[in-house]
Design a binder for this molecule. Structure first.
Ligand code: ADP
Ligand code: MG
Length: 697
C-alpha cells in the first residue's frame, strides 16, 4: 500500500503539474494525503429541492429543479449579461450571468432538466439567481445531501479552481486510494470513545451521508489532531526533564521563615498560598521547575515570586528577575527592596542606563555571591553578567521576550536554573494547555481583599463634555488620569497626528494641569522621562498609545479614558484598564465610541462594562478572534493553524486528548508497544523537524 504522504498530488487525474504547483503554493497541498486533509470549512444543503413559489427573501442558497425556457442577452460591452428564463412549474425566475457568457450559452440547453443551486433574490417582484451552480438532474441526484464548501484563495478562483473542482479531485483521490488510508489512533482509544475509523471519517467529511455522520467524522478528526499536538508537547517536555536534572532546594531557611513570620505585610490570599505550595513542591522535587504563573493585574504575583526567590537564596544560590522595560524593572526593584531590605536581602538593579561604576560593583557582588537578587531588563542577559550560582530565574510578562533571549538566561549556569514565568495576560485554560503544555500552570484567581472593582462606562462622542467634567472632578481631588488613543497601524504618520491632536485638545481642555504624552515612536529615554513625570505626580494627565499597557504603576491614577475603544481587542482593553484601580479608591474606565457601531462591537464593549474578570474576557476574546490573534502565540512555536480543531471551542476535546496522551505515556513511555506502533511515525510526519517546538523555558 502506498504511503499517501509520498504520492504527489499532481498524479490525481485532472490535477497535473501546473495545478499541483498552484495547490502547493496556495493551500500547502503537496501530497494526496494533504488533499484528503483539506477539509470543507462549511456545508450547504443539497438535500432538498425548493419550489420557486416558496422562495422568500431570507433564504440561503437553495436547489431548484426545472427547465430553461429561453436565453437572451442584455446590455453591451463590459456590462453585457446573459439572462435565462427558468421555470419549475410553480413559478419562473431569471437566471443571470455576467461572465463566461458565450460558454454558458453553449453549455445549457432549453428544455433539458437541470438542478440549480444558488441564492434567490427579489427585484421588483421578480425572483432571480446570479451565477448558480448548474447540474444535470442525474449528476445532482448522485451527489445529494450535504455538500462541502472548500476553502479557496483568490488566485485559485482566478485560475478557475472552484470548490467543485477540489471536490472532484477529492472524489478521484478517494476512489483510487481509500484503501490506503491507515488508522492513526490506537484501537483502544477508538473503542473507548466510539470514534469513527479514520477511513470513514475522511470519506464522510468530504461526502457526508447525513448530518449525524458528519458530526461524528469531524469529532474524530479533531480528536486526532489534538491528540498528536498533545503527544508532541508531552514528548518534548519529558525529553527535557530527562535531559535536564533540576537542582534540589530542600531547605526552607532563615530568609523565608523570617520573612513569612515577621515581615510579610499582609496575610496571603488563599490563591497565593496555593501557588506558593506548588512552587515549593517543584523546588523540592529534584526536577527543574518550569512554571507559568498567571494572575490578573493586581493579584499579587510579586510577593509570590519574591518568596520563591527566598527559597533559592536559603539554599545558597542567587535569583534574577527580568522585566521587559526599564520602568517595569525599576518598579520591581523598588517593590522587592521594600520587601527584602528589612531581612537583609541584597538586591540590585541593572538596566541599560546603569553607570559603569555601579555595574562594576554589581559584577563583583554577582561573582562573589554577596548579591542575592538581580533585577533588570535585557541587560541581565548580556554575556558579561556572570552569577556565582544562579538558582532561580523569574521572567515577567514573558510574551515580550523572544525565545532566544530566554535561552540565553538559561545558559548562564552549568546547571540550569529553575524558571518561573509570570504573566498578567490571562490565557484561557484550553489555550494554555496547548501553548504552554510543557509548562506547569499556576493561577492566582483571587484579588487581595478590599479592592474596589473598576467602574467601566460606555460613552459616546456626543457625551464628551460630561466625560471631560468627570475627569476634571478626579483631577480636582488630586487624582491623575490616562487618555489612551488606539494605533491604526496602517499609517504611523496619521496615528501620530491624531495622538498629537488629542494631546493639544486635552491641554486646552485642562489648562490648569500638566499633560505628558508618550508613544512607541519616542526614544526610550524621552519616554521614560515623561512617564517618570507622571509617576512623580509632576504631570496630572498622560496622553498615550498602548505603550502604557504594561508596566506603569501609578496607584494615584484613578481614571482612564479610552478613545475609539471599538478599535481595541477585549484582552487589550482589559490590560489597559488594569492601569487604574491600583489604589484603594474607586477608579473609572471610560470607553469612548461612536453612536453608530456594529452590534457585535457593542456587545464586546458591553462585556467590558459588565465584568472585570480577566479570564472571562480572555475566553470571549478567544472565541471572537480565534487563537491566532492572542498576543504572544506567534512566538510559541506551536502551529496554531490547526486543520479542523479549534482551540477556542473544542476545549473538552483538548482535555480528553491530553488525558489520553498522559495515560498512554504513563504505560508506554517509549511508545514501543505494538498497539502504539503507529504513533511515532505519524508524529514525525505531522511535525517534521523544521516545525519543531523551539521553546526554551
Ligand atoms: P501583580 O500581580 O499585578 O504583579 P502586585 O504583586 O504588584 O500585583 O500586587 C499588587 C498590590 O497588591 C501590591 O501593592 C501588593 O503589595 C498588594 N498585595 C499583594 N498581595 C496582597 C495580599 N495578600 N493582601 C493585600 N495586599 C496584597
Ligand atoms: Mg506585577
Amino acid at each position: 500500500m502506498p504511503d499517501l504522504r509520498k504520492v504527489d498530488v499532481q498524479f490525481i487525474k485532472g490535477v497535473g503539474p501546473s495545478r499541483a504547483r498552484l495547490l502547493r503554493e496556495e493551500l500547502k497541498i503537496n501530497s494526496v494525503y494533504d488533499l484528503l486533509h483539506h477539509f470543507p470549512s462549511q456545508y450547504v444543503d443539497r438535500q432538498h429541492i425548493y419550489p420557486i413559489s416558496s422562495f422568500s427573501g431570507e433564504m440561503p442558497s437553495v436547489q431548484v429543479r426545472g427547465r430553461f425556457l429561453n436565453f437572451t442577452t442584455a446590455g453591451e460591452g463590459a456590462k453585457m449579461r446573459l439572462v435565462g428564463l427558468f421555470t419549475d412549474g410553480t413559478g419562473t425566475m431569471e437566471v443571470v450571468w455576467f461572465r463566461r457568457i458565450k460558454a454558458i450559452r453553449e453549455a445549457y440547453l432549453p428544455g433539458t432538466e437541470y438542478v440549480l443551486f444558488g441564492k434567490p433574490q427579489e427585484f421588483n417582484g421578480h425572483w432571480s439567481m446570479a451565477h448558480p451552480e448548474v447540474d444535470k438532474t442525474e449528476t445532482a441526484e448522485a451527489s445529494r445531501g450535504l455538500r462541502g464548501v472548500y476553502p479557496l484563495t483568490e488566485r485559485l478562483r482566478n485560475c478557475s479552481v472552484s470548490s467543485r473542482t477540489i471536490f472532484q479531485w477529492v472524489q478521484t483521490a478517494l476512489n483510487v486510494y481509500a484503501s490506503s488510508i491507515h488508522e492513526t489512533l490506537p484501537a483502544e482509544i477508538i473503542s473507548r470513545y466510539r470514534l469513527v475509523e479514520v477511513a470513514d471519517a475522511i470519506r464522510w467529511v468530504h461526502n457526508p451521508p447525513d448530518n449525524n455522520s458528519l458530526q461524528h467524522a469531524r469529532e474524530r478528526l479533531k480528536f486526532e489532531e489534538l491528540f498528536y499536538l498533545q503527544l508532541k508537547i508531552h514528548l518534548y517536555s519529558s525529553h527535557r526533564s530527562a535531559s535536564v536534572s533540576g537542582r534540589l532546594f530542600p531547605r526552607i531557611g532563615l530568609f523565608f521563615n523570617g520573612f513569612y513570620s515577621q515581615t510579610l505585610p499582609f496575610p496571603l490570599t488563599g490563591a497565593q498560598k496555593r501557588v506558593m505550595h506548588e512552587i515549593r513542591s517543584d523546588l523540592g522535587s529534584g526536577r527543574q521547575m518550569n512554571r507559568l504563573l498567571q494572575g490578573d493585574v493586581g493579584s499579587g504575583k510579586t510577593v509570590v515570586a519574591f518568596m520563591a526567590m527566598l527559597i533559592a537564596i536559603d539554599n545558597g544560590t542567587q535569583a534574577c528577575i527580568m522585566a521587559p522595560t526599564e520602568i517595569l524593572a525599576t518598579q520591581h526593584y523598588e517593590a522587592l527592596r521594600n520587601l527584602g531590605a528589612p531581612i537583609g536581602i541584597n538586591i540590585r538593579l541593572l538596566t541599560g542606563s546603569t553607570r559603569k561604576k555601579e555595574r562594576d560593583d554589581i559584577d563583583r557582588q554577582l561573582a562573589d555571591g554577596s548579591l542575592h537578587i538581580l533585577v533588570g531588563t535585557h541587560a541581565v542577559i548580556e554575556d558579561r553578567v556572570k552569577f556565582r550560582d544562579l538558582g532561580l530565574v523569574v521572567i515577567d510578562e514573558q510574551h515580550r521576550f523572544g525565545v532566544m533571549q530566554r535561552a540565553r538566561l538559561w545558559g548562564k549556569n552549568l546547571r540550569p536554573p529553575h524558571v518561573l514565568v509570570m504573566t498578567a495576560t490571562p490565557i484561557p485554560r484550553t489555550l494554555a494547555m496547548t501553548l504552554y503544555g510543557d509548562l506547569d500552570v499556576s493561577v492566582i484567581d483571587e484579588l487581595p481583599p478590599g479592592r474596589k472593582p473598576i467602574a467601566t462606562l460606555l460613552r459616546y462622542e456626543d457625551q464628551r463634555m460630561s466625560v471631560l467634567q468627570a475627569v476634571g472632578r478626579q483631577l480636582a481631588i488630586g487624582r491623575q488620569a490616562y487618555i489612551v488613543f488606539p494605533l491604526i497601524q496602517e499609517n504611523e504618520k496619521v496615528d501620530l497626528r491624531s495622538l498629537e491632536e488629542g494631546y493639544d485638545f486635552v491641554r486646552e481642555a485642562f489648562p490648569n494641569y500638566n499633560v505628558v504624552m508618550v508613544h512607541g515612536r519616542m526614544k526610550p529615554a524621552e519616554k521614560d522621562h515623561q512617564m517618570r513625570l507622571f509617576a512623580e505626580k509632576k504631570a496630572h494627565i498622560m496622553v498615550a498609545t498602548t505603550v502604557i499597557e504594561v508596566g506603569v504603576n501609578v496607584p494615584n491614577a484613578s481614571v482612564m479614558v479610552i478613545e475609539n475603544s471599538e478599535r481595541f481587542g477585549l484582552s487589550q482593553l482589559h490590560q489597559l484598564r488594569g492601569r487604574v484601580g491600583r489604589g484603594a479608591d474607586q477608579s473609572y474606565c471610560i470607553l469612548m465610541t461612536k453612536r453608530k457601531i456594529a452590534s457585535e462591537t457593542r456587545k464586546r464593549l458591553e462585556l467590558m462594562t459588565s465584568t472585570t474578570d480577566g479570564f472571562l474576557i480572555a475566553e470571549a476574546d478567544l472565541k471572537m478572534r480565534g487563537p491566532g490573534d492572542i498576543e504572544g502565540t506567534m512566538q510559541s512555536g506551536i502551529p496554531l493553524d490547526l486543520h479542523i480543531a479549534n482551540l477556542a471551542t473544542d476545549g473538552q476535546l483538548v482535555q480528553t486528548a491530553r488525558t489520553e496522551v498522559q495515560n498512554i505515556l504513563e504505560k508506554d513511555p517509549t511508545l514501543s508497544l505494538p498497539a502504539n506502533g503507529m504513533l511515532l511515525p505519524n508524529l514525525a510526519a505531522l511535525f517534521p523537524p523544521t516545525a519543531d517546538l523551539s521553546r526554551i523555558s
